[in-house]
Design a binder for this molecule. Structure first.
Ligand code: ADP
Length: 490
């Protein structure tokens, strides 16, 4: 079984969020299930070197969208389990800034062309026999940036692989002015309700959801939520119509990159015994965190952490509103994050107002995120909505109990220790309010002070198998089912 993965980021090459974690880990995990996955990803500036691409074997694609010549450049990074092709088109991808935003934080104005070209190249790669010597059974496209793959395959006609589209976050719709249709070399007929049209805009995400044989999203609860008006971002009608083809497949985690027994970022590695007893390596990590973040160094003070994009979705404002009660309960707060300017400012102010008790490090720093998750006692994940969420699973593996809002993948991965005393792996709350968050944090802090009980929950959380080895199986099953059926019914 051969699968072409199409995505805009992959851990090991380039990462801005959870999408990269998934795309970076899934190909290696699929190998154990008899699936060979190759990745197609844009050649952003500097990526050819990172990916160890082989320009001597580049395949010319011509100038498909009139933006300059494009090439597929093979790459192989066996050490991170990734191989495939970089889509090289210097006019679109060789520039400073991030994959989606310029240095000033604005969307690149030609994102429709940048990711339109990615989709068109994927469709060519998947259908032009002999182009690369590889024939694919399935094309698996991720998020809006890869949403047009099915639309291009549809316009090409003829034989094509089965298609899977994974929506990692429905909030990002990849919506553009319908006028860009002609720039994308798609027929005007494609801009229709049964096509790319979405509330008067051209949506890459809608295209992915409409044209793919199967849709997956990253947890069962989120799969149910997006079929409702409240969670569907305007697409609940289509998603409910496609319910039979919509699958909620929970993400795994990379348990090599995230393993407290061998994590090179930590001040000290530790195992479950040290975490449950709260001494040894786990305690050294807490002290290291308190020092690095400028918190008062004290083993007895419970530290609540948060690692997150600073966005409305993530409930950072709820944490800010919870600070007075959190401090009154004797806890400290450490936040690592980047994003929204107003939330950044408020976090800075909170840290200034409570030196030694509230700390904020602004930025995106992989090693620091490992240290924070290892060093704190509780991790707050109060998202308003959360397709899957990864940090709560990292926290569980690191013996740090997550305190989450009961939504999407957070609901599917965290069992509240008060609601289910024998099965608890963290704490959760329902309403997206500071009061509800404080209630859950209060319960977690009470538990923290009951060492034997806290230790039992930590032990249970660390014992969970969240690996991609287990999580990749349902993807392999879905690919096989699609290939066996060979139609739009899975
Ligand atoms: P999302 O993809 O919506 O941002 P997820 O929880 O699915 O949320 O994944 C977020 C990923 O990004 C996790 O691996 C998390 O550790 C990482 N992350 C988020 N913010 C930061 C940061 N400031 N520094 C380092 N890693 C971060």
């Amino acid at each position: 079984m051969r699968v072409l993965m199409v995505a805009s980021e992959a851990f090991g090459l380039i990462k801005t969020g959870g999408l990269a974690d998934v795309v970076g880990a899934l190909p290696a995990a699929l190998r154990d299930h008899g699936v060979t996955a190759s990745l197609l990803i844009p050649a952003y500036r500097g990526l050819a070197a990172v990916a160890q691409a082989d320009p001597a074997r580049a395949i010319a694609l011509g100038d498909p969208l009139g933006c300059g010549p494009a090439h597929l450049v093979p790459f192989e990074r066996a050490d991170v389990g990734l191989s495939g092709w970089l889509l090289q088109c210097p006019t679109l991808f060789d520039r400073p800034g991030g994959p989606y935003l310029d240095a000033a934080g604005q969307d690149w104005p030609d994102n429709h062309l940048r990711f339109g070209l990615l989709c068109r190249a994927a469709a060519v790669l998947a259908t032009v026999e002999g182009l690369t010597g590889t024939a694919f059974d399935v094309v698996h496209a991720h998020d809006w940036q890869a949403g047009l793959v099915g639309a291009y395959l549809d316009t090409f006609g003829g034989a094509r692989p089965a298609t899977v589209f994974t929506a990692h976050n429905l909030h990002y719709g990849g919506r553009f002015d319908p006028a860009v249709l002609s720039e994308l070399a798609l027929p005007t007929s494609a801009y229709a309700v049964d096509g790319l049209e979405c509330w008067g805009t051209l949506s890459f995400l809608k295209s992915g959801l409409f044209y793919s044989d199967a849709i997956t999203t990253v947890s069962q609860s989120y799969a149910a939520e997006i079929q409702t008006e409240m969670g569907g971002e305007g697409l609940h009608g289509l998603l409910a119509d496609r319910q039979a083809s919509l699958h909620g497949l929970i993400n795994g985690i990379d348990d090599h990159a995230w393993d407290p027994r061998r994590d090179p970022a930590l001040a000290s590695t530790y195992d479950a015994d040290e975490a449950t007893s709260g001494i040894g390596g786990k305690l050294l990590c807490k002290t290291d965190l308190q020092q690095r973040f400028g918190l008062a160094v004290d083993a007895a003070t419970p530290v609540v952490g948060m690692v997150s994009r600073l966005a409305w979705q993530k409930g950072v404002d709820l944490v800010l509103a919870a600070v007075p009660e959190l401090l009154a309960a004797g806890a400290a707060l450490a936040v690592l994050g980047s994003g929204d300017a107003a939330l950044t400012k408020r976090l800075r102010e909170a840290a200034q107002a409570h030196p030694g008790r509230v700390a904020f490090i602004e930025g995106y720093d992989e090693a620091q995120s490992h240290r924070l998750i290892a060093g704190c006692d509780l991790l707050a994940v109060p998202s308003r909505f959360e397709p899957c969420g990864l940090t709560q699973m990292y926290a569980q593996r690191y013996g740090t109990l997550p305190v989450v809002r009961h939504t999407g993948g957070l609901a599917d991965t965290v069992v509240d220790a008060d609601w289910a005393p024998e099965a608890g792996t963290g704490f959760s709350f329902g309403e997206p309010t500071a009061a509800a968050l404080n209630d859950a944090l209060g319960r977690a802090l009470n538990c923290y002070r009951d060492r034997p009980r806290f230790a039992a929950i930590v032990g249970r959380a660390m014992d969970l198998d969240r690996s991609w080895r287990a999580a990749a199986g349902p993807y392999a099953d879905l690919y096989r089912e699609l290939v066996a059926v060979g139609s739009r019914t899975v």
